[in-house]
Design a protein around this ligand. Structure first.
Ligand code: SAH
Length: 353
């Protein structure tokens, strides 16, 4: 396979610095298509890989909202970025106990991960993006740590005004540089007077996906859970980072060999879906949401059934819910289609702002 660093170097040498979003998109496309990055031997671990309890709570949530919507016979389960298929496996196992057995549709770019997903779900249907999902049934969509992998655009304040943050070369090394074109009008009024060095980060790709999800829910009915690390309210600053072998590394070193991610701007994500006609159920911290769904009781039951596992179950519970672990930084955004009821775990009429 052609070395990504070399081809990016050639591109920059020929035509000058490239937008950060292009760098991130190319790096992650290469990264995810050449490996399974999850788990202890990989670069990072996700909630469904930490414990089956996570997927089980998602399954309980889906079955509950589906029943409240009077159990439509045909339902689409759609999961963008399903990784190894672990979340779908745990969630749909539990959902089936309540009679919910949806058609399984995965949106996955990586051939390597598609293979892992096919082992768990041989009957699934795969898509390159959301546009080819069926249009004739309600959708239950779950995305965990999907949006954080989508490319971001950054604008940086320089002494000459706002510029796009690009990636250039210093010798053989990739380095952030400022673009030449004025970008002041792309920065919200309230932030324009920021100090030199200030950064505004947006993710047009995330907005596009959220808009599509919102439009689908509005047109077809259904509900969605968007789970990721992210923030609300909006904030300034770069959240661009790279993970390799469970450690933070320089995102400008070795593109395509580390997982490049950014935090999700949940206010914009919710507003974009809403603008397309979806209803926002609310935004909750992952810890509070999992506890509201009954994860403490589930952990106790698992520990009772297998006393040898008690410590492991408690450690997983702590990792997923504690405020200084994944309980607060990770958030759950709930969305509903028109005519669809609220789901469990969100404060009534909680606005996302
Ligand atoms: N949801 C899983 C995996 C998270 S890793 C879990 O929680 O364990 C991110 C996932 O998103 C991977 O499956 C990756 O291949 C997929 N992905 C990343 N960028 C994508 C893109 N642009 N289009 C489709 N899938 C993408």
């Amino acid at each position: 396979m052609a070395d990504l660093s070399d081809s990016l170097r050639r591109l920059i040498a020929m035509q000058g610095p490239i937008p950060l979003a292009l760098y991130m998109a190319q790096a992650n496309a290469h990264y995810y298509s050449t490996r399974d990055p999850l788990g202890a031997g990989g670069d990072f671990i996700t909630a469904p890989e930490i414990s089956q309890m996570f997927g089980e709570m998602v399954g309980v949530w889906m079955a509950d909202v589906w029943r409240r919507a009077e159990s439509p016979a045909r339902v689409i389960y759609a999961e963008p970025g399903p990784g190894r298929g672990t979340l779908a496996r745990d969630a749909l196992r539990v959902a089936a106990r309540f009679g919910l057995m949806p058609e399984v549709h995965f949106i996955e770019g990586s051939p390597e991960l598609r293979r892992a997903q096919a082992a768990a779900f041989p009957q699934a249907v795969w898509h390159e993006d959301l546009s080819t999902l069926p249009e004739d049934a309600p959708i239950l969509l779950v995305a965990n740590e999907f949006l954080d992998a989508l490319p971001v655009r950054q604008l940086v304040k320089t002494p000459q005004g706002w510029r796009e943050r690009m990636v250039g070369l210093d010798g053989d090394r990739f380095v952030p540089v400022s673009g030449g074109l004025p970008m002041d009008s792309a920065v919200p009024q309230a932030w324009r007077e920021a100090e030199t060095g200030a950064i505004v980060e947006t993710s047009p790709a995330t907005s596009a996906v959220m808009g599509e999800i919102g439009a689908r829910l509005a047109a077809q009915g259904g509900a969605a859970l968007i789970i990721d690390y992210g923030y609300a309210p909006r904030q300034m600053g770069s959240t661009f980072q790279a993970l390799r072998a469970h450690a933070h590394v320089d995102p400008f070193e070795a593109p395509g060999e580390a997982d490049l991610t950014c935090l999700v701007d949940f206010v914009t994500a919710a507003q974009v879906a809403q603008a397309q006609g979806a209803r926002v159920m609310g935004l909750a911290g992952q810890g509070g949401w999992l506890m509201a769904l009954g994860m403490a009781e589930r952990a106790a039951a698992l520990a009772k059934a297998a006393p040898d596992e008690t410590q492991a179950v408690e450690a997983a519970y702590h990792r997923l819910t504690a405020p200084d672990q994944m309980g607060v930084l990770f958030k759950v955004l709930g969305l509903a289609g028109r005519e669809w009821p609220d789901g469990a775990g969100f404060a009534p009429a909680a606005a996302v702002s």
